[in-house]
Design a protein around this ligand. Structure first.
Ligand code: AKB
Length: 317
């Protein structure tokens, strides 16, 4: 039976991925860790871990006989832009700790998230191909390009089975994101159900690739379960599900919440968004490990508008 460690598990992706992995592998076989938030979890084993603390990291892997790591601890794009040094340290040196420990302690499989942020203004904007130039305009993007190259290097040089996808913006209702440029697409649903006007920090027509959280969890698990010999990409796979502008998500919400209004007040995050692709070509993922999303924009909107009020009610009761 696998023994899995998730770093940065209190984040938006980590909390949902942990729940799914615990369903598959059993609660006790998935250890969650994080530097932020609660140091304990009633959902299963959880410990405090700073991934830059190599000794503590090594001790945790040994203590739990971990054989798979999902390394999610990172700063997202908007936060990294405000804290360049921490963005680099956490995103790159944290990953190097994972890669070195995984090689030395014979970890069987590693998952590490990259992002559409690896692409910059010179990449093809529409249906950006897997091998488009990676010349990012952000600290976060630079850290992801470096990370992809480190993953490919450790695979080539040491045979480490490290796998990765370039996530688009991830949208879920179970927890709030922190520090991303695509976060507006989560916040907008909260304002819609509260009956409030949403102030959007991106321009009305700023298109970005996006994905519903349950598709992101599915992609992660599908990739980790794929036979190693099927994987032709050892940097990171493009994956895609949908692409929309703030105006389009607002229209989708208005089908269910007719009076919903949005104002546009773009800030520094608009420049980050403008440097990223509008949409992504993910044919390598579809060919190599049968990637297939389940949600489009309206299906996602329906599910979030159904589930979010119930979740808020549960949290308040
Ligand atoms: C962000 O906005 O920083 C992330 C990402 C696209 O990687 N959601």
């Amino acid at each position: 039976m696998a023994k899995i460690l998730i770093t940065g598990a209190n984040g938006q992706l980590g909390s949902e991925l942990a729940a799914e992995l615990r369903m598959i592998y059993g609660t006790e076989n998935v250890i969650t860790s994080d530097i932020a938030g609660s140091r304990h979890s009633s959902d299963g084993p959880h410990e405090y871990l700073d991934v830059l603390d190599l000794k503590a990291f090594e001790a945790m892997i040994k203590r739990h006989s971990v054989d798979q790591i999902y390394h999610l601890a990172a700063l997202l794009s908007a936060t990294a832009e405000k804290n360049i040094q921490l963005g680099w340290d956490l995103n790159v040196n944290g990953l190097l700790n994972v890669l070195n420990l995984s090689r030395d302690l014979k970890i069987r499989k590693v998952f590490w998230p990259s992002s559409i942020a690896v692409f910059g203004p010179d990449a093809q904007k529409i249906l950006t191909p897997q091998n488009s130039p990676c010349n990012p305009a952000t600290v976060y993007g630079i850290s992801k390009v470096a990370g992809e190259q480190w993953c490919a290097y450790y695979h080539r040089k040491f045979g480490l089975d490290v796998r990765s996808v370039r996530y688009p913006g991830l949208i879920g209702y179970k927890s709030l994101p922190g520090g991303g440029t695509t976060d507006y697409a989560v916040d907008i649903y909260h304002k819609a159900i509260a009956g409030e006007t949403f102030s959007c920090f991106l321009e009305e027509e700023s298109a970005l690739p996006m994905m519903y959280m349950s598709d992101a969890v599915k992609a992660t698990i599908d990739l980790m379960n794929a036979p190693s010999e099927h994987l032709s990409v050892r940097t990171s796979y493009n994956i895609s599900a949908m692409s929309f502008t703030p105006a389009e998500i607002a229209r989708s919400i208005r089908k269910r919440v007719p009076g919903f209004s949005v104002e546009f007040d773009p800030d520094y995050r608009q420049e980050i968004a403008a440097s990223w692709p509008d949409s992504i070509d993910d044919s390598s993922a579809r060919t190599d490990w049968n990637w297939q999303q389940q949600y489009d924009l309206d299906a996602m909107t329906d599910e979030i508008l159904d589930q979010l009020p119930l979740m808020i009610q549960r949290m308040n009761s």
